[in-house]
Ligand binder design. Structure first.
Ligand SMILES: [Zn+2]
Length: 301
């Protein structure tokens, strides 16, 4: 185990209406009780989680769904949004929750517009359609927060050379769209991109729950073993750690708070000299405990 030389950025992805309504305030309270900062990324458009059920037809998703009890975490209503029920707007329904995060000192960024659309369709979108979808999320954010977003985190860690180009054009400070080990400049399809990427370095709870254990003691032990010197990035979900698994997350915070310094990703990014970062290829790769592939930092270019 490593000591005080480790930093941890808690990246909170907010995918759903219920996640912003209930999960975000619960997480904000848990963080405030411990005086810890985090980086929240909000899906700024409609909640179309029900449409993700088409993934049931793909191998691997059902096994994951049953192991982590998705209906129990999200609620059945959420699983019908965008199909039998209209998808409610996420950010526009709870702008006060986003502003409260910023007021409490947390970072707030954009986690796409329609999370399910980005996750399931990005690979086939043109540059123009990708840029439009990105801009929709950025526009809602700007209208709510009164200032442009500085960071983007891709839904489902889905990336293409078109999405990286669209993000470069949007002139964001950084993005966090991949899984990897350290900040870098992405290369995809032979093109290099200038916006710094700060990848998620730890596996998520939905990838480890029921595999590495299902109680606070064993999962906390597992995560402490992931700690490395330098920057660690842990992505959590408002719908998971903010709701049913809040006790697991609070146990993890209590185990970590004396071992690491908690940082916001934007503060890490502001310290980076983007031009001096190493360039790495981004590849789509499978990851243990998750169906499909995620954008992953590959070897140096
Ligand atoms: Zn997400």
């Amino acid at each position: 185990m490593t000591g005080s030389a480790s930093q941890l950025a808690v990246k909170v992805d907010v995918d759903t209406y219920v996640g912003l309504r209930d999960g975000v305030p619960a997480l904000a309270q848990a963080l405030q009780q411990r005086a810890l900062p985090a980086s929240f990324f909000i899906a700024c458009g409609p909640d179309h989680t029900g449409r993700a059920m088409r993934r049931l037809l793909k191998p691997g998703f059902l096994a994951k769904t049953m192991r982590t009890n998705v209906p129990g975490m999200y609620g059945w209503r959420t699983l019908l949004y965008g199909t039998l029920l209209p998808g409610p707007q996420i950010a526009r329904s709870f702008p006060q929750h986003m502003r409260a995060l910023a007021d409490a000192g947390h970072e707030v960024g954009v986690h796409g517009y329609d999370h399910v659309y980005w996750h399931d369709r990005l690979a086939s979108l043109s540059l123009a359609d990708t840029a439009t979808e990105l801009q929709r999320g950025l526009d809602v954010f700007d209208a709510i927060m009164g200032a442009p977003a500085r960071a983007f985190a891709a839904p489902g860690w889905q990336c293409t050379e078109r999405s990286l180009a669209a993000i470069d054009a949007a002139a964001l400070r950084y993005h966090s769209c991949t899984r990897g080990s350290e900040p870098y400049r992405p290369i995809a399809a032979g093109q290099s991109f200038r916006t710094a990427e700060i990848p998620t370095t730890w596996p998520t709870l939905d990838e480890t729950y029921g595999v590495m254990g299902n109680d606070a003691a064993s999962l906390t032990t597992f995560y402490l073993e992931q700690l490395r010197p330098g920057l660690n990035v842990h992505t959590i979900h408002a719908e998971v750690e903010g709701l049913r698994h809040l006790p697991l997350f609070e146990a993890l915070l209590d185990a970590l708070r004396d071992r690491v310094s908690f940082v916001r990703l934007i503060d890490v990014a502001d310290q980076l000299d983007s031009a001096a970062l190493p360039a790495h290829r981004v590849v789509a790769a499978p990851i243990a405990g998750r169906a499909g592939t995620v954008a992953t930092q590959s070897g140096p270019a």
